[in-house]
Design a binder for this molecule. Structure first.
Ligand SMILES: CC(C)(COP(=O)(O)OP(=O)(O)OC[C@H]1O[C@@H](n2cnc3c(N)ncnc32)[C@H](O)[C@@H]1OP(=O)(O)O)[C@@H](O)C(=O)NCCC(=O)NCCSC(=O)CC(=O)CCCCCCCCCCCCC(=O)O
Ligand SMILES: NC(=O)C1=CN([C@@H]2O[C@H](COP(=O)(O)OP(=O)(O)OC[C@H]3O[C@@H](n4cnc5c(N)ncnc54)[C@H](O)[C@@H]3O)[C@@H](O)[C@H]2O)C=CC1
Length: 732
């Protein structure tokens, strides 16, 4: 049912006008992304009626305002009851029309936007445009005919890949795939109008994709079954990718039946908790971009400095990935080491990574290599706008280095540290300019992971923060501004999570059991497999430095207690035996050879756990999956509430974004804060109280004040928490 709308011209969201040479022009106008809201669909229907009734128009061009074709359905409307014409019949009507319709695609054509373009008879794209069906990232499938028209146009293998990954393609790739008919580097509307003039009298029947017979390869069943198998194991419980394959399978049926199947599958996804969680993730990633600091500075009112030239200091695991990320974004970069051997190894590794990138982007390797200068000499840092330090996680070393950087770099250069959790303000304190020092915490591998924690020290200036956030966006990262707390947000929450997992081993669980439960929940990797991958020595070094283990521990202290709290020394004991994880072939699991990646259950470890429990008179018990999940995940989220209480993160969306993008939390489960909100805060509080009663020497299980406060407030929805937790002493 279409709604009643004001006839005021400026309110109209799809304008009809006449372009040169008997061409009708329909222009979508719904900033910022011309999303197909109910109002847009309503006006588009009217505009199409006008265009087809206009006897002076022989063909129609469909385009969008503000340099952008269409970002798809209005995601905000998914959670509301809205009217307006449905998209499927609207697209069918475009396709069935008697006049050729040419889609003029610039900016993006995504989701419903691309499906609408597939309903048009021709598609012309600007060379900078991106096209895609990213619905799977929102827990959906392309439910406006996309799963039926796309394979008919570009074939099953390509359609399968695009729809199940949600990947955007460039205009050039779209042309190669046959997704668009022409690419232009000029004005796309002008090109589309000329194109429309040329095809105005061409017969239309063969341009209607719904009438095409899909090009079925002989091995289609094998292709689809193979994809199903891979997705089922990789998607870890996510429904959408699997539903996408089923919908594509239906494209072998006559079009109307295929659409029916697509709608049926879409209806199931549309109302699923997974889709709600993934749409929450989408909006969370936009919310975190709107940072504000304790004063008045925020994302809108703070100027950013342009980074013309950057430097990376320390070219180990992280420095190499960060260098690639900067170069890939076109930023000239000085890559500096102190060790000649490491410099050579880094140069080789960075070149190899850039070579892969050059092949992917169809660019010359030289165009990348000319942007990077490898050096051992500090003087090459003197004219850079921003430095990213990635030397060993050693506070004394970092302090020394920052005081040297302060001496060698320009006074306005921004000095960033990639520390995983050291005090950014202590590092800043060794410079004469603490205001230019900011934490820039990348995640490994730095050229792949999308997350960047931007750590605002108490003295970091708003301009320095704004510049780093802006640089993050140029590098393709999602930046989350956080306060300067030990471990910041991500690693801080990891501690109670890991501790619970270790305690569960003491009580009778095995690493396989804990990881299996977490992976079934949807994590890409269980906590023990993840520790083996990162190296057990990382946490060991931190625990030694903080006096939890090693020579600083007083002999009279019990091995299972530190500073009055329960402590589990199992990870320390493994490190003392040289079991550091994948890199040594043994950790919580066994790996075949030093290069082995597959985690195998280790009988030695099981015997070791038995012996440990015997030594400490711990009676193993049967631990069920629910307890594993509740203890690990509620302890993690409980720390999340503390982070909010202390103003270290601005809202639950920040924490959830960090966990989804940086720690393998499944997007279809929203993130730790979203998860506990979905379970119900009151239920989570009750369970934490229960666990804390059973383990009074584990402070992380003691429910946080904020959790209690929210429950006392009647458990408001997560969208309200940001306002409620606005604290007096924000660390941002
Ligand atoms: C477009 C982008 C690439 C732009 O990126 P960038 O420039 O970086 O800007 P952003 O900061 O990301 O965005 C700016 C601004 O825009 C907002 N926004 C972006 N896209 C949308 C959107 N699609 N809808 C709403 N709002 C959007 C964004 O939030 C920002 O807002 P601000 O923060 O307030 O400033 C990038 O934004 C991007 O990638 N966008 C998402 C693109 C996408 O995923 N599109 C697909 C959407 S889903 C879709 O199209 C599906 C369909 O069309 C299918 C429709 C069929 C529906 C049939 C339903 C049948 C089911 C029936 C069942 C009924 C059951 C029942 O009721 O019981
Ligand atoms: N490895 C990881 O997964 C992550 C590490 N980090 C952080 O990134 C930083 C670097 O870690 P990694 O890359 O793993 O270390 P790494 O040990 O792989 O590399 C450190 C490099 O720094 C060089 N170096 C040391 N002192 C130097 C100096 N004064 N000048 C120039 N180069 C110097 C070393 O030669 C070495 O090549 C650490 O602070 C770490 O906590 C952050 C996120 C993830």
């Amino acid at each position: 049912m279409s709604e009643v709308r004001s006839p005021v011209e400026s309110d109209i969201m799809a304008h009809y006008s006449r372009a040169a040479g008997h061409i009708g022009l329909i222009r979508l106008a719904n900033p910022p992304v011309n999303a197909l809201s109910s109002a847009v669909r309503h006006d588009l229907c009217r505009a199409l009626e006008r265009a087809s009734a206009d006897t002076g128009a022989k063909a129609i061009v469909l385009c969008g305002e503000n340099g952008l074709f269409c970002g798809g359905a209005d995601i905000l409307e998914f959670s509301k009851k809205t009217g307006g014409p449905a998209l499927v019949p609207l697209i069918n009507a475009i396709e069935a029309g008697e006049k050729p319709v040419v889609a003029a695609i610039e900016g993006v054509a995504l989701g419903g936007g691309l499906e609408m373009a597939l309903g048009c008879h021709y598609r012309i794209a600007h060379c900078q445009a991106r096209l895609g069906l990213p619905e799977v990232m929102l827990g959906l499938l392309p439910g406006a005919g996309g799963t039926q028209r796309l394979p008919r146009l570009i074939g099953f293998p390509a359609a399968l890949e695009l729809i199940t990954t949600g990947r955007h393609v460039s205009a050039e790739e779209a042309l190669t795939l046959g997704l668009v008919d022409q690419v232009t580097d000029g004005d796309v509307q002008e090109a589309a109008v000329k194109f429309a003039q040329r095809v105005a009298d061409e017969p239309l029947a063969s341009r209607r994709l719904s009438t095409w017979k899909p090009p079925c390869p002989a091995d289609l069943d094998t292709l689809l079954q193979g994809a199903l198998g891979r997705l089922q194991s990789r998607a870890r419980g996510a429904l959408a990718p699997v539903a996408c394959v089923h919908a594509l399978q239906a494209a072998t049926l006559p079009f109307a039946q295929g659409i029916e199947k697509e709608q049926e599958l879409m209806a199931t996804l549309f109302s699923s908790p997974q889709a709600r969680a993934m749409q929450y993730c989408f909006f969370s990633q936009r919310i975190v971009g709107k940072w504000s600091l304790a004063g008045r500075a925020n994302w809108k009112n703070t100027p950013v400095r342009t980074v013309h030239r950057a430097a990376v200091v320390g070219l180990g695991t992280m420095g190499r990935g960060i260098t690639v990320t900067l170069v890939r974004a076109g930023i000239p970069t000085v890559a500096m080491e102190m060790d000649r051997g490491q410099l050579q190894a880094a140069q080789q590794a960075v070149t190899a990574m850039l070579e892969r990138e050059a092949t992917k982007q169809k660019r010359s390797l030289d165009s990348y290599l000319q942007l990077v200068q490898f050096t051992l000499e500090r003087r090459h840092l003197q004219d850079v706008d921003l430095v990213i330090e990635a030397v060993y996680e050693d506070l004394a070393l970092k302090k020394r280095l920052f005081s040297e950087l302060c001496a060698v770099c320009r006074p306005d250069a921004i000095l960033c540290t990639n520390t995983s959790g050291l005090d950014v303000d202590v590092i800043a304190g060794t410079t004469r300019r603490p205001e230019v020092v900011v934490g820039m915490h990348f995640f490994a591998p730095a050229h792949v992971m999308k997350l960047l924690e931007v750590v605002r020290g108490p003295r970091s200036s708003p301009v320095a923060v704004a510049t780093v956030v802006h640089l993050g966006k140029l590098l393709g990262k999602v930046s989350v501004v956080v306060g300067n707390s030990p471990g910041f947000v991500g690693n801080r929450l990891l501690k109670p999570y890991m501790e619970q997992a270790n305690f569960l081993l003491e009580e009778g669980a095995t690493p396989e059991q804990v990881d299996g439960t977490l992976e079934e929940f949807g994590f890409a990797m269980g906590i023990f497999r993840m520790s083996d991958l990162s190296g057990l020595d990382v946490g060991w070094r931190v625990r030694r430095e903080s006096g939890l283990t090693g020579p600083a521990v007083r002999p009279e202290e019990s091995p299972r207690h530190r500073l009055g709290c329960r402590y589990c020394p199992l990870a320390d004991l493994l490190c003392e035996r040289g079991r550091l994880g994948q890199k040594t072939g043994q950790g919580w699991y066994l790996y075949e050879g030093p290069e082995g990646r597959k985690a195998l259950p280790d009988p030695w470890l099981h015997g070791f756990l038995d012996e440990y429990r015997r030594q400490h008179a711990l009676k193993p018990r049967r631990i069920d999956q629910q307890e594993v999940l509740e203890r690990c995940l509620y302890a993690l989220a409980n720390e999340g509430f503390r982070v909010l209480e202390e103003g270290v993160a601005a809202g639950p969306e920040d924490i959830d974004t960090i966990y989804v993008l940086g720690y393998g939390w499944p997007a279809h489960m929203g993130g730790p804060m979203y998860h506990v909100a979905t379970v119900g805060l009151s239920a989570v509080l009750t369970r934490l109280e229960h666990f804390h009663r059973a383990h009074p020497d584990v402070p992380q299980l003691q429910p946080s004040a904020l959790l209690r406060h929210l429950v006392a407030q009647g458990s408001p929805p997560i969208s309200k928490w940001r306002e409620l937790v606005r604290v007096q002493r924000s660390q941002l």
